[in-house]
Design a protein around this ligand. Structure first.
Ligand code: KIV
Ligand code: NA
Length: 264
């Protein structure tokens, strides 16, 4: 498969070809994912939950992400890798640059941070310094204690309008990709239509330009709890490579996510 770049991702959006993304944390799985043709891998701070066993993502450090980014890159030389900037590593533009630089040196192609318009200066500076940025709106887990739990976001008209404006601000600041997590499908569609950069959804319906799943959810081993928006692809395929292949195929054909996986 041809190497994925930000230009290729944008072209996929324009041509309506769906992007299939997965989280990855080590070389064995990143190699398998690359072999099956996953377009984008995310070294997510979800590792605080699925690797470290925490209630939330807040304990994850920039060093943790850098370490796992090195592991993922070692197994997948050609795949587009995004690395999460963890909680409190981008409170100001200078911190964002220093911490993002560590992740880029570890092998990332892009960094992801959570939040809306307030991130404008950080995103602008990162992009000026040569670091591509992915935004993240909706249920942004680093704010779980402000939300009062892992709850669907953007349900009121006011919140939906604010999120659309945030998405536009992120794009204007220079962001080249946007993750939308746990929002109503109609809002995800409105955001996807309102901006020209690709959107990658999780619990955001089928109208986003791509999908992402936490790899543990894809194989049904997320500590006894499978989120509504997720699907165990191992059940119907019986082995790991086939499960990943089925996930990619179902995302690209529009079969996943189905109506049972979305919020309205
Ligand atoms: O950390 C993570 O895995 C994420 C995805 C769920 C988008 O941010
Ligand atoms: Na994350």
């Amino acid at each position: 498969m041809a190497k994925i770049t930000v230009s290729k991702l944008k072209k996929m959006k324009q041509e309506g070809e769906k992007i299939a993304a997965l989280t990855a944390y080590d070389a064995s799985f990143s190699g398998l994912f690359e072999e099956q043709g996953v377009h984008v891998l995310l070294v997510g701070d979800s590792m605080g939950m699925v690797l470290q066993g925490g209630y939330d993502t807040l304990a994850v450090t920039n060093q943790d992400i850098a370490y796992h980014t090195r592991c993922v890159r070692a197994g997948a030389k050609d795949t587009f890798v995004i690395a999460d900037l963890p909680f409190m590593t981008y409170s100001n533009p200078a911190d964002a640059c220093n911490n993002a630089a560590e992740l880029m040196r570890a092998g990332a192609n892009m960094v992801k941070l959570e939040g809306g318009e307030w991130l404008y200066p950080a995103i602008e500076l990162l992009t000026q310094q040569g670091i591509p940025v992915c935004g993240h709106l909706g249920l942004t887990p680093q704010s779980v204690h402000v939300f009062g739990g892992f709850k669907i976001q953007g349900r009121t008209n006011e919140a939906a309008e604010k999120m659309i404006n945030d998405a536009k601000a992120l794009e204007a600041a220079g962001a080249q990709l946007l993750v939308l997590e746990c929002i109503p499908s109609e809002l995800a569609k409105a955001i996807t239509d309102a901006i020209s950069i690709p959107t990658i959804g999780i619990g955001a319906g089928k109208e986003t330009d791509g999908q992402i799943l936490v790899m543990h959810d894809l194989v049904g081993i997320s500590a006894g709890y499978i989120p509504k928006f997720s699907k165990n692809f191992l059940l119907e395929t019986g082995n790991m490579p086939a499960a990943v292949k089925k996930y990619i195929d179902d995302v690209q054909s529009g079969q996943f996510p189905g109506p049972e996986h979305e919020f309205n």
